[in-house]
Write a protein that binds this ligand. Structure first.
Ligand SMILES: *[C@@H]1O[C@H](CO)[C@@H](O)[C@H](O)[C@H]1NC(C)=O
Ligand SMILES: *[C@@H]1O[C@H](CO)[C@@H](O)[C@H](O)[C@H]1NC(C)=O
Length: 248
Protein backbone atom coordinates (compact mmCIF):
# COMPACT_ATOMS: atom_id res chain seq x y z
CA UNK A 1 0.00 0.00 0.00
CA UNK A 2 2.65 2.49 0.98
CA UNK A 3 5.21 1.62 -1.65
CA UNK A 4 3.71 3.29 -4.71
CA UNK A 5 6.14 5.50 -6.57
CA UNK A 6 6.59 9.21 -6.25
CA UNK A 7 5.74 9.37 -9.95
CA UNK A 8 2.34 7.85 -9.28
CA UNK A 9 1.98 10.10 -6.30
CA UNK A 10 2.76 13.14 -8.37
CA UNK A 11 0.30 12.10 -11.05
CA UNK A 12 -2.32 11.37 -8.42
CA UNK A 13 -1.70 14.75 -6.81
CA UNK A 14 -1.98 16.49 -10.13
CA UNK A 15 -5.24 14.70 -10.86
CA UNK A 16 -6.37 15.69 -7.41
CA UNK A 17 -5.42 19.29 -8.04
CA UNK A 18 -7.38 19.27 -11.29
CA UNK A 19 -10.56 17.99 -9.68
CA UNK A 20 -12.88 20.20 -7.66
CA UNK A 21 -11.29 21.14 -4.33
CA UNK A 22 -14.27 19.79 -2.43
CA UNK A 23 -13.76 16.32 -3.83
CA UNK A 24 -11.56 14.30 -1.53
CA UNK A 25 -9.64 11.35 -2.70
CA UNK A 26 -11.09 8.23 -1.07
CA UNK A 27 -8.06 6.06 -1.36
CA UNK A 28 -5.38 7.94 0.51
CA UNK A 29 -3.18 4.83 0.44
CA UNK A 30 -2.50 5.28 -3.26
CA UNK A 31 0.14 7.95 -2.80
CA UNK A 32 2.97 8.94 -0.52
CA UNK A 33 4.71 7.25 2.35
CA UNK A 34 2.90 7.22 5.66
CA UNK A 35 4.89 9.11 8.30
CA UNK A 36 4.42 6.32 10.81
CA UNK A 37 5.12 3.44 8.43
CA UNK A 38 7.70 1.03 9.88
CA UNK A 39 9.20 0.72 6.40
CA UNK A 40 9.36 4.46 5.72
CA UNK A 41 12.96 4.27 4.51
CA UNK A 42 12.10 1.54 1.99
CA UNK A 43 8.96 3.34 0.86
CA UNK A 44 10.90 6.52 0.13
CA UNK A 45 13.70 4.51 -1.49
CA UNK A 46 11.24 2.64 -3.75
CA UNK A 47 9.46 5.85 -4.70
CA UNK A 48 12.73 7.50 -5.67
CA UNK A 49 13.80 4.37 -7.59
CA UNK A 50 10.58 4.47 -9.64
CA UNK A 51 11.00 8.14 -10.24
CA UNK A 52 14.62 7.78 -11.36
CA UNK A 53 13.80 4.92 -13.76
CA UNK A 54 10.69 6.35 -15.36
CA UNK A 55 10.71 10.13 -15.12
CA UNK A 56 14.09 11.01 -16.61
CA UNK A 57 12.56 13.02 -19.43
CA UNK A 58 10.97 15.33 -16.89
CA UNK A 59 7.54 14.89 -18.52
CA UNK A 60 5.41 13.86 -15.59
CA UNK A 61 2.12 14.21 -17.41
CA UNK A 62 0.94 15.80 -20.67
CA UNK A 63 0.70 19.12 -18.80
CA UNK A 64 3.40 18.96 -16.15
CA UNK A 65 7.11 18.95 -16.83
CA UNK A 66 10.17 19.43 -14.67
CA UNK A 67 13.85 19.72 -15.59
CA UNK A 68 14.97 16.50 -17.34
CA UNK A 69 17.72 14.62 -15.51
CA UNK A 70 18.84 12.18 -18.19
CA UNK A 71 20.51 13.65 -20.10
CA UNK A 72 21.31 16.21 -17.41
CA UNK A 73 22.56 19.56 -18.71
CA UNK A 74 25.57 20.79 -16.76
CA UNK A 75 26.96 24.33 -16.65
CA UNK A 76 30.01 25.23 -18.69
CA UNK A 77 33.32 24.57 -17.02
CA UNK A 78 36.55 26.56 -17.22
CA UNK A 79 39.82 24.80 -16.51
CA UNK A 80 42.80 26.95 -15.54
CA UNK A 81 46.25 25.82 -14.69
CA UNK A 82 48.46 28.79 -14.00
CA UNK A 83 51.75 26.91 -13.91
CA UNK A 84 51.25 25.58 -17.41
CA UNK A 85 49.53 28.71 -18.71
CA UNK A 86 46.57 26.58 -19.65
CA UNK A 87 43.07 27.88 -20.06
CA UNK A 88 40.45 25.58 -21.47
CA UNK A 89 36.69 25.45 -21.54
CA UNK A 90 34.50 22.40 -21.43
CA UNK A 91 31.08 23.53 -22.61
CA UNK A 92 27.64 22.28 -23.63
CA UNK A 93 28.08 19.40 -21.25
CA UNK A 94 25.62 16.60 -20.65
CA UNK A 95 25.66 13.78 -18.15
CA UNK A 96 23.99 10.61 -19.44
CA UNK A 97 23.01 7.53 -17.44
CA UNK A 98 21.45 8.73 -14.20
CA UNK A 99 18.18 6.97 -15.04
CA UNK A 100 19.92 3.61 -14.67
CA UNK A 101 21.01 4.34 -11.12
CA UNK A 102 20.08 2.05 -8.26
CA UNK A 103 18.89 3.45 -4.98
CA UNK A 104 21.13 1.55 -2.62
CA UNK A 105 20.36 2.95 0.76
CA UNK A 106 17.82 5.44 2.05
CA UNK A 107 17.38 6.90 5.48
CA UNK A 108 14.66 9.32 6.48
CA UNK A 109 14.15 11.11 9.79
CA UNK A 110 11.03 13.20 9.38
CA UNK A 111 11.23 14.71 12.88
CA UNK A 112 14.63 16.18 12.13
CA UNK A 113 13.81 16.37 8.41
CA UNK A 114 17.06 14.61 7.62
CA UNK A 115 17.36 12.57 4.47
CA UNK A 116 20.20 10.50 3.15
CA UNK A 117 20.36 8.53 -0.04
CA UNK A 118 23.02 6.48 -1.78
CA UNK A 119 22.92 5.81 -5.50
CA UNK A 120 24.91 3.23 -7.41
CA UNK A 121 25.56 4.49 -10.92
CA UNK A 122 26.72 1.65 -13.18
CA UNK A 123 27.53 3.74 -16.25
CA UNK A 124 27.77 7.49 -16.67
CA UNK A 125 28.91 9.39 -19.73
CA UNK A 126 29.95 13.00 -19.52
CA UNK A 127 30.20 14.63 -22.89
CA UNK A 128 30.80 18.11 -24.17
CA UNK A 129 32.95 20.33 -26.36
CA UNK A 130 36.49 20.90 -25.09
CA UNK A 131 38.45 23.90 -26.36
CA UNK A 132 41.88 25.16 -25.41
CA UNK A 133 44.34 27.55 -26.89
CA UNK A 134 47.06 25.82 -28.81
CA UNK A 135 50.33 25.08 -27.08
CA UNK A 136 52.37 26.36 -30.02
CA UNK A 137 50.23 28.97 -31.60
CA UNK A 138 48.02 31.15 -29.44
CA UNK A 139 45.86 32.01 -32.43
CA UNK A 140 44.93 28.40 -33.00
CA UNK A 141 42.35 26.64 -30.94
CA UNK A 142 41.96 23.00 -30.13
CA UNK A 143 38.41 21.77 -30.29
CA UNK A 144 37.29 18.29 -29.57
CA UNK A 145 34.27 16.40 -28.45
CA UNK A 146 35.40 15.07 -25.13
CA UNK A 147 33.64 12.06 -23.67
CA UNK A 148 34.36 10.59 -20.28
CA UNK A 149 32.85 7.17 -19.59
CA UNK A 150 32.70 6.30 -15.92
CA UNK A 151 31.79 2.86 -14.60
CA UNK A 152 30.51 1.80 -11.18
CA UNK A 153 30.30 5.05 -9.26
CA UNK A 154 28.51 5.78 -6.04
CA UNK A 155 27.07 9.02 -4.76
CA UNK A 156 25.76 9.63 -1.27
CA UNK A 157 23.55 12.66 -0.74
CA UNK A 158 22.56 14.15 2.58
CA UNK A 159 19.82 16.73 2.69
CA UNK A 160 18.00 18.82 5.25
CA UNK A 161 14.38 19.75 4.66
CA UNK A 162 12.31 22.68 5.72
CA UNK A 163 8.63 23.39 5.31
CA UNK A 164 7.37 26.52 3.61
CA UNK A 165 3.90 27.78 2.86
CA UNK A 166 2.99 28.02 -0.81
CA UNK A 167 0.67 30.80 -2.06
CA UNK A 168 -2.13 28.19 -1.94
CA UNK A 169 -1.65 28.04 1.84
CA UNK A 170 -0.43 24.44 1.76
CA UNK A 171 2.84 23.42 3.40
CA UNK A 172 5.51 22.11 1.09
CA UNK A 173 8.82 20.43 1.76
CA UNK A 174 12.02 21.91 0.36
CA UNK A 175 15.40 20.20 0.48
CA UNK A 176 18.87 21.57 0.91
CA UNK A 177 21.57 19.13 -0.12
CA UNK A 178 24.22 19.65 2.54
CA UNK A 179 26.74 16.99 1.59
CA UNK A 180 27.62 14.90 -1.47
CA UNK A 181 30.16 12.09 -1.35
CA UNK A 182 31.05 10.96 -4.83
CA UNK A 183 33.31 8.05 -5.72
CA UNK A 184 33.94 7.60 -9.41
CA UNK A 185 34.79 4.12 -10.66
CA UNK A 186 36.90 3.20 -13.67
CA UNK A 187 36.97 5.86 -16.35
CA UNK A 188 37.90 6.17 -19.99
CA UNK A 189 38.55 9.46 -21.75
CA UNK A 190 37.92 9.83 -25.43
CA UNK A 191 38.69 13.07 -27.26
CA UNK A 192 37.58 13.08 -30.84
CA UNK A 193 39.61 15.40 -33.02
CA UNK A 194 37.42 18.04 -34.39
CA UNK A 195 39.07 21.07 -35.88
CA UNK A 196 42.75 21.09 -35.21
CA UNK A 197 45.80 20.17 -37.22
CA UNK A 198 48.01 20.34 -34.14
CA UNK A 199 49.74 17.07 -33.38
CA UNK A 200 48.28 15.33 -30.37
CA UNK A 201 51.52 15.44 -28.41
CA UNK A 202 51.72 19.23 -28.66
CA UNK A 203 48.26 19.84 -27.41
CA UNK A 204 47.33 21.41 -24.16
CA UNK A 205 44.90 18.69 -23.32
CA UNK A 206 47.81 16.31 -23.02
CA UNK A 207 49.78 18.81 -20.95
CA UNK A 208 47.31 18.31 -18.14
CA UNK A 209 47.87 14.90 -16.52
CA UNK A 210 44.82 12.71 -16.86
CA UNK A 211 44.59 11.95 -13.15
CA UNK A 212 44.58 15.67 -12.41
CA UNK A 213 41.97 16.29 -15.07
CA UNK A 214 39.75 13.58 -13.60
CA UNK A 215 40.13 15.08 -10.11
CA UNK A 216 38.83 18.38 -11.49
CA UNK A 217 35.96 16.59 -13.21
CA UNK A 218 35.12 14.68 -10.03
CA UNK A 219 35.05 17.85 -7.92
CA UNK A 220 32.89 19.56 -10.52
CA UNK A 221 30.48 16.61 -10.78
CA UNK A 222 30.12 16.45 -7.00
CA UNK A 223 29.11 20.10 -6.90
CA UNK A 224 26.87 19.93 -9.94
CA UNK A 225 25.06 16.77 -8.87
CA UNK A 226 24.26 18.40 -5.54
CA UNK A 227 23.04 21.64 -7.10
CA UNK A 228 21.15 20.15 -10.06
CA UNK A 229 19.50 17.27 -8.20
CA UNK A 230 18.48 19.55 -5.34
CA UNK A 231 16.83 21.82 -7.88
CA UNK A 232 14.95 18.92 -9.52
CA UNK A 233 13.89 17.38 -6.19
CA UNK A 234 12.47 20.74 -5.17
CA UNK A 235 10.60 21.06 -8.46
CA UNK A 236 8.92 17.72 -7.70
CA UNK A 237 8.23 18.59 -4.05
CA UNK A 238 6.63 21.87 -5.14
CA UNK A 239 4.03 19.92 -7.13
CA UNK A 240 2.21 18.57 -4.08
CA UNK A 241 1.92 19.49 -0.40
CA UNK A 242 4.06 17.77 2.21
CA UNK A 243 1.06 15.84 3.56
CA UNK A 244 0.51 14.26 0.13
CA UNK A 245 4.07 12.96 0.02
CA UNK A 246 4.05 12.04 3.71
CA UNK A 247 0.47 11.49 4.88
CA UNK A 248 -0.09 11.16 8.62
C1 LIG B 1 28.17 27.35 -22.67
O1 LIG B 1 29.02 27.95 -23.62
C2 LIG B 1 28.52 27.84 -24.95
C3 LIG B 1 29.61 28.32 -25.89
O2 LIG B 1 30.28 29.43 -25.37
C4 LIG B 1 27.24 28.66 -25.04
O3 LIG B 1 26.72 28.59 -26.36
C5 LIG B 1 26.22 28.07 -24.07
O4 LIG B 1 25.06 28.84 -24.05
C6 LIG B 1 26.80 28.00 -22.66
N1 LIG B 1 25.89 27.21 -21.86
C7 LIG B 1 25.59 27.49 -20.60
C8 LIG B 1 24.67 26.53 -19.92
O5 LIG B 1 26.00 28.48 -20.03
C1 LIG C 1 21.84 25.05 2.52
O1 LIG C 1 22.61 24.80 3.66
C2 LIG C 1 23.88 25.44 3.67
C3 LIG C 1 24.61 25.02 4.94
O2 LIG C 1 24.68 23.64 5.04
C4 LIG C 1 23.70 26.94 3.62
O3 LIG C 1 24.95 27.57 3.55
C5 LIG C 1 22.87 27.30 2.39
O4 LIG C 1 22.59 28.67 2.41
C6 LIG C 1 21.57 26.53 2.37
N1 LIG C 1 20.91 26.81 1.11
C7 LIG C 1 19.61 27.02 1.02
C8 LIG C 1 19.07 27.26 -0.35
O5 LIG C 1 18.88 27.04 1.99
Amino acid sequence: MVSSGVCLLVLASIQLALTAPTRRRQDSGSGGCSRSAPDLDDCVGNSIQQFVNFMASGKLSPKVAITPFDPLLLPNMTIRQETKGLTAVYVNRYLIGLKNSFVHDTSVNLDKREFSLTFLMPALELLGMYSAESFEDQADTENSILTISIRSSTAKFRALGDLYRAPSGAEHLRLNVTDVQLALGHYMINDLDHSTHIPRSNRHFNALPRAEFVRLIEADLRTQLGVRLQHIANEVLALAPYEKFFPV
